[in-house]
Design a protein around this ligand. Sequence first.
Ligand code: GZL
Length: 307
Amino acid sequence: SSSKASEEPSPSASNGKLVVGFAQIGQESGWRDAETASVKETFEGDPGFELKFSDAQQKQENQIKAIRTFIAQKVDAIALAPVVESGWETVLKEAKDAGIPVFLLDRGITKGNEDLYVSFIGSDFILEGQNAAKWMIDELGADAQVNIVQLEGTVGASAANDRKKGFEDAIKDHAGYKIVYSQTGDFTRAKGKEVMEAYLKKDKNIQAVYAHNDDMALGAIQAIEEAGLKPGTDIKIIGVDGIKPAFEAIAAGKMNVTVECNPLLGPQLKQAILDTKAGTKLEKWIKSDEDVYSGQKAIDALPNRKY
Ligand code: GZL
């Protein structure tokens, strides 16, 4: 194993502060904006840190470039929200060789590369997909006939892959639950609306929409209303994230459930960096605790929601 010395990155350039480079994906969703705000508040609010922030506009090659820049700047730690699971081995090996610890934020990378990062700080997306299916089965009945449109997240993203897997596993024993259409909406409201519009032109006999994030669910709601149907009633709407607009849609009766996914990861990231610098061994997966909000529970929680 590497000696203690090589695990300690070179002291940071700027006057004793710990310099952190954050390679963020972009601004595709309200959830991600909340995550960015949490990281910025946490690090910019602490005189012991300097934050270098990069917005990759959804492109993996921009995230890779940002990581290389952080390495050249000899930062003390790198945080990465990997837009897709694959293609990180080379650049994360470069960070490792430079003795810079990497922390994955909110999405994972291909299995088998656990030696290339200290910890993944994020949610259990399979559980989130299972919780979405559980609500649907409890609400509509185990033997109901339910045609479902699934709005998938960004192609190749761990959050999309696992929310799909968790959901589809959980409905597979209920023959009446059929995913009649499954298409990526890129985690955005605009694309979610576009995909839903296109589908409704072909077929209106659907009973539920399962969207991998609330932004796409909110886009689908607009499309459903424009098609003359009542979202929340004619078609049940399930989203993931727990952003405030989803709580507002539930309160308005236009959406049924949001499966919470915590974006406020700044404090956990800071603690993980400090622990690592102190030589403390961390869990490979620092999991967020989350809840499921529907009906009166969502209405009651709305005033306290932070994002
Ligand atoms: C989840 C995160 C996902 C959110 C989406 O950790 O990766 O990306 O659920 C966001 O809203 O676009």
